[in-house]
Design a protein around this ligand. Structure first.
Ligand code: ADP
Ligand code: ADP
Ligand code: ZN
Length: 217
């Protein structure tokens, strides 16, 4: 099964993707994570996108489509539950490219889950977010703190990080980009009969339950 998680920055895409990986052996393809990894490892591409990402703008379609194409061809070992596209596609051009890449492999999309949240909730979600730099677990100061302050519950690492773009000014810009370039995908996938809307304002477990329902229905 191949699915897309669609939603504004902070809607809960990464959080739900990790649960699907854990529970169903799916493969999470997050273009945001891939771009941040390129920055950390200091590649030319990483350097090129850093300023764009900090400003909350979208990087070019060409770059993210290239990253996804690479991952679709990669060996993902024992994980065979299908792909979760997290934060991709974000433009109609990316959506078309994804369909073509999957078709080349004789595959398609099974569902597009929109995690719907109010903009008002996003400032709190984004400014409270931190992640484990070692295992990628996603935390929140208030809604999902670590059990021991400063220590990752999952892997015990103390390498907890906040993103440079997780501030209110960058969020405003990211939201603009979302409404201008990404929100049109909601209508697009609805017309294709693929869209399932889930209320992303519920607590994490209720969202997970509704995602499971959306995938079975
Ligand atoms: P969030 O978790 O806030 O939704 P992501 O981690 O998915 O953010 O993305 C962070 C940044 O990486 C985006 O603001 C954008 O600059 C860049 N980015 C990620 N995915 C894409 C994409 N599919 N197309 C263009 N830019 C992207
Ligand atoms: P996205 O990948 O869509 O940008 P994340 O999964 O990173 O979103 O979630 C953004 C922040 O909100 C994180 O700090 C996460 O712990 C928190 N969060 C995610 N889902 C919920 C939820 N249903 N209720 C409360 N907080 C949540
Ligand atoms: Zn960890």
């Amino acid at each position: 099964m191949n699915i897309i998680l669609l939603g504004a920055p902070g809607a809960g895409k990464g959080t739900q993707a990790r649960i699907l990986v854990e529970e169903r052996g799916m493969i999470q393809l997050s273009t945001g994570d891939m771009l941040r990894a390129a920055q950390t490892s200091g590649t030319e591409m990483g350097k090129k996108v850093a300023a764009i990402m900090d400003a909350g703008q979208l990087v070019t379609d060409e770059i993210v489509i290239g990253l996804i194409a690479e991952q679709l061809d990669a060996d993902h070992g024992e994980q065979t539950g299908g792909f979760i596209f997290d934060g991709f596609p974000r433009t109609l051009a990316q959506a078309d490219a994804l369909e073509a890449l999957l078709a080349e492999k004789g595959q398609g999309l099974d569902a597009v889950i929109e995690l719907r949240v109010d903009d008002d909730a996003l400032v709190d979600r984004i400014t409270g977010r931190f992640t484990c730099g070692d295992c990628g677990e996603v935390y929140h100061d208030r809604t999902k703190p670590t059990k021991v302050p400063g220590v990752c519950d999952v892997c015990g690492s103390t390498n907890l990080k906040r993103r440079a773009d997780d501030n209110e000014a960058s969020l405003r810009q990211r939201l603009m980009e979302y409404y201008k370039k990404t929100a049109p995908l909601i209508g697009y996938y609805h017309a294709k009969g693929k869209l399932r809307v889930v209320d992303g304002l519920q607590d994490m477990r209720a969202v997970t339950a509704d995602v499971a329902k959306a995938l079975s229905g």
